[in-house]
Design a binder for this molecule. Structure first.
Ligand code: GSH
Length: 177
């Protein structure tokens, strides 16, 4: 498997986390986001990363890739077992922009935002699927932008950081500078 990847990209981090949790080896092909190669558009018409290539099956979109990997490697599942919980987890990720993304990026641009409120209400802690979908932004908020996390999120992060997949991503983010 190949992952077209960018270390800074939190959407790529979702996939890195899923692959690491599954214990799957892969080749990371680093894409320079400031000078994107033309061929990335052949893999994904939007030109965005992440893109997974699983023996010629090419799949963009981080949430789709996480679902694909969860089916492809069912050991150590990310989605919950129960059908309604699975639907709720997918919905929580589908609503990412409303639940965190829009306010996170407003904060990052230095605009007024309700990031603190969004962090308070973050729907994490019930499945690795949702946790991995939100964690990259939570880590960056704290490590890169100095945001103080609610205590519930600090606890959640502390527990998740015991997983090698999460510890590795934390280290990567701390090294971004
Ligand atoms: N909806 C996409 C978003 C991916 C995305 O926005 N990736 C950024 C890097 S963090 C990117 O490739 N940006 C290049 C661009 O916007 O042209 C996903 O979930 O994979």
């Amino acid at each position: 498997m190949k992952l077209y990847d960018a270390p800074r990209c939190p959407y790529c981090a979702r996939v890195r986390l899923a692959l690491a949790e599954k214990g799957e080896a892969y080749e990371a092909v680093e894409v320079d986001l400031l000078n994107r190669p033309g061929w990335i558009y052949d893999l994904n018409p939007s030109g965005k990363v992440p893109v997974l290539d699983d023996e010629g099956f090419v799949l963009p979109e981080s949430a789709m890739i996480m679902e694909y990997l969860d089916e492809r490697f069912p050991e150590r599942p990310l989605l919950p077992a129960e059908r309604q919980a699975r639907a709720a987890a997918r919905l929580a990720v589908f609503r990412f922009d409303d639940l965190l993304g829009t306010e996170y990026y407003a904060h990052r641009r230095g605009e007024e935002s309700t990031l603190d409120e969004k962090l308070e209400a973050l729907p994490v802690g019930a499945s690795l699927f949702v946790d991995f979908a939100y964690l990259p932004w939570v880590i960056r908020a704290r490590e890169v932008y100095g945001v103080t996390l609610p205590e519930r999120l600090e606890r959640w992060l502390g527990e998740l950081a015991e997983r090698p997949a999460v510890a590795a991503e934390l280290e990567l983010v701390r090294g971004l500078g």
